[in-house]
Structure formats: C-alpha cells, structure tokens
Design a protein around this ligand. Structure first.
Ligand SMILES: *Cc1c(COP(=O)(O)O)cnc(C)c1O
Length: 369
C-alpha cells in the first residue's frame, strides 16, 4: 500500500446506500449509471502543490461559472477496473500504467501532474471504503474513473494555476449488453479523431467531444461504432471509437495478430499493450504495423485476414463483424461471426483479471483483502 499520501477520511457519519438498494443496483448495474457512496478529491495550486487529499461522500461539486476547464477544456481522465476474486480479495489491473498515462496526458494539456503514488493511493482508499460495491462475476467489475480538471477562476487563456483531481467509481456489468456479439463499424472519412502533433495520445475530454458527431454518423449508417483513419492520407486505420484495433492474419496454429503502431495520434491502450504479451503467451505471433482500408477489404475478401477485434478496459475485447465505408463499400469479417483467436485472447485476459489463473506478469495490484 502507498504510504506517501495520507488521504483524510471525511465520510464518518455520512449516509450510505442501503444494502437492499445496493444489491438491486449490483444485480443489473449497466455501465456508468450508478455511483458508489464515496469519492476522493485532491487539489493543486502553484503555492501548495498537491494538498487536501480527502475521501468524501459522493456528491455534487460547487463551481464558479468562470471555472477555467468549462471554457477551455483542460480536462483529462482515466479508466480502470477493480475485480472481486473468488477468494474475496479485490484487485485492480496495472494501475501504475494508468497513473503514468495520466501524467503524460496532464503534460500534453499543460496541467499539473498527479503523482503516481497519489493516483494509486486514491484508488486503494476509495475501493477499501466502497468494497461492497464491487460486483462478483467474471464479466463484472467496479469501474474506476479518475479525472483532472483545471479550477482557476477566470477567462484568461493560459495553463491554469489550480487543478482538482477526483476519483469516482461505478459498478459495471458487461459493457455491451448483448454479450460477445460482433459489432458493425463505419469508417469515417470526413471526420478525424486526431492529427500528428494533436492530442490523440492524451486521454482528454476534448477528444471525445470531437468524436461524437462521427459516432452519430456511424449510427445513421446503421453501424455500432466509428473507425478512425489517419488524418493525413485518410487511408491507414487507427482506432475504433474509444478502443484500439487488432487484425488477425491466418488461422489455427499459424494465426498471428497485428495492431496499428503507436503513431502519435493513437491512444496507447493498456489493453492493447497487455494483449501483445498475452498473445505471445498463447503462442500467437504479434506485430505492430499499419493497414489501409483497401488492404483490410482485400484481406477480408481473400480470407488472409480472418478476424478483427477492438480492445479497451471498458469492453475488454469486442469482435468486428461488418465494415461499412463510403469509398470501399460494405464487407464482412469472419462471416460476421466471432472468431476463435478473438475468443481465446478475450478468455486469456479475463482469466488474469478475474484471478482464475496465476498472475505470471505481476499485473494485478491488491486493493482489499
Ligand atoms: C481509453 C482509450 C482506449 C483504450 O485504452 P485502455 O487503456 O485499453 O482502456 C483506446 N482508445 C481511446 C481513444 C481511448 O480513449
């Protein structure tokens, strides 16, 4: 446990959700709809650095209307999960990776960086207090949402001189309610998510705001998700919505997987990174490379590309079954079905996260028990 940061517990006497209501919520939590009893906050200013780290009852913030982030968008976030293992311990997956990415995102948006130890200590504190909110079951977890906003009051445009770090938590069932069914994707050629030199590598709120219209366009074309192309040539496939992509070449013993190389405009997913290792463990060859829309289409048609899947913390691994685009038309992947390599990788990752196999890579970090 991190000793460096004392997080003061200010929840004594606060009311908690009743056991009955909590069990009701945990029976069908959905995603991001319900929140636990508590939250952690900490403040930064130039004079005091990080201070006032505290555990508080979950509740509204009171903010001045001239609070800087509401106007100029200095806002970043992270997403990770806590899992209840069969022996009663609660663990999280590679939290220091999230902490380091959070620091890099802060740097890119000229914000104060939250120290790794404070980030992890806040998770330990909140999950210990709200441990009864971690649902049991392999596909279920407590989703943790750390975020950072600028809190300087005023409309001057410059890096703010004050920031607030907040951690909230939300019980999560399976992300896609229909189970592991392939999604259909729309390749966006008119909107881009991120350009070289932009903020694509940072997990910032603005990237999501900028993606919503393209996602709406995907929906209008009857697709579940949007796929992004590189901003320069609009040829190379980068990501799907808020998830990274993998392409499976060949099948059976000779199957290998490829994921787009981190180009500066892709978000470096921790699930993406973990799968490079998990695939190698399973004897599946892995490479980082590039693929254009035309190569995807001809690969799917010739059978060279046997499966495509997306990966990220929230939805773990999601197969792609149908691709639609303006220029290359519509085509199927894997005959629109979930492929065996996709399922094997999904199972292998869930086995580690749910504690049903030994944690060979030391990825799990104990929070409670
Ligand atoms: C968060 C995110 C991912 C996935 O990252 P994980 O660390 O695997 O959850 C991928 N793409 C985008 C755009 C994201 O915001």
């Amino acid at each position: 446990m991190s000793q460096l940061w004392q997080i003061e517990d200010k929840t004594s006497g606060a009311t908690r959700q009743t056991d009955v209501r909590r069990e009701e919520i945990l029976a069908n939590p959905g995603f991001g709809k319900f929140f636990t009893d508590s939250m952690v906050t900490a403040d930064w200013d130039a004079e005091n650095g990080w201070h006032d780290a505290q555990l508080l009852p979950y509740g509204p913030l009171v903010l001045d209307p001239a609070t800087n982030f509401m106007h100029y968008g200095q806002a970043i976030f992270e997403g990770l999960k806590a899992y209840l293992h069969e022996n009663g311990t609660i663990k999280t997956f590679r939290p220091f990776e999230n902490a380091r990415r959070f620091e890099r995102s802060a740097r890119r948006l000229a914000m104060a960086e939250v120290p790794e130890e404070l980030f992890v200590a806040s998770i330990e504190k909140l999950v210990e207090r709200d441990q009864y909110w971690v649902p049991s079951g392999r596909e279920r977890s407590l989703y943790l949402r750390p975020f950072l906003i600028s809190t300087e009051i005023g409309l001057g445009v410059r890096p703010a001189n004050a920031y607030k770090y907040i951690l909230i938590a939300s019980p999560a069932g399976a992300y896609f309610s229909g189970g592991v069914n392939p999604v259909s994707v729309w390749i966006s050629d008119d909107y881009v998510r991120a350009a070289p030199g932009g903020t694509g590598e940072a997990k910032c709120a603005g990237n999501y705001a900028a993606s919503l219209l393209a996602q709406a366009e995907a929906t209008a074309h009857g697709c579940d998700q949007v796929v992004w192309l590189d901003a320069v040539d609009r040829q190379r496939i980068e990501e799907m919505g808020g998830m990274n992509l993998y392409f499976v070449y060949g099948a059976g013993d000779s199957a290998r997987i490829m994921t787009p190389r981190l180009s500066g405009s892709l978000l470096p997913g921790i699930t993406r990174d973990s799968l490079l290792t998990v695939a190698a463990d399973l004897g599946i060859g892995v490479t980082e490379g590039e693929i254009t829309v035309d190569e995807l289409k001809s690969g799917c048609e010739s059978g060279e590309i046997s499966e495509v899947f997306a990966c990220g913390t929230a939805a773990v691994i999601t197969p792609v079954g149908t691709v639609k685009s303006r220029l290359a038309g519509s085509f199927e992947v894997s005959g629109g079905k979930t492929g065996s390599v996709t399922l094997a990788l999904r199972d292998a990752l869930l086995d580690i996260q749910s504690g049903s196999v030994p944690d060979r890579h030391n990825w799990m970090h104990a929070l409670v028990g």
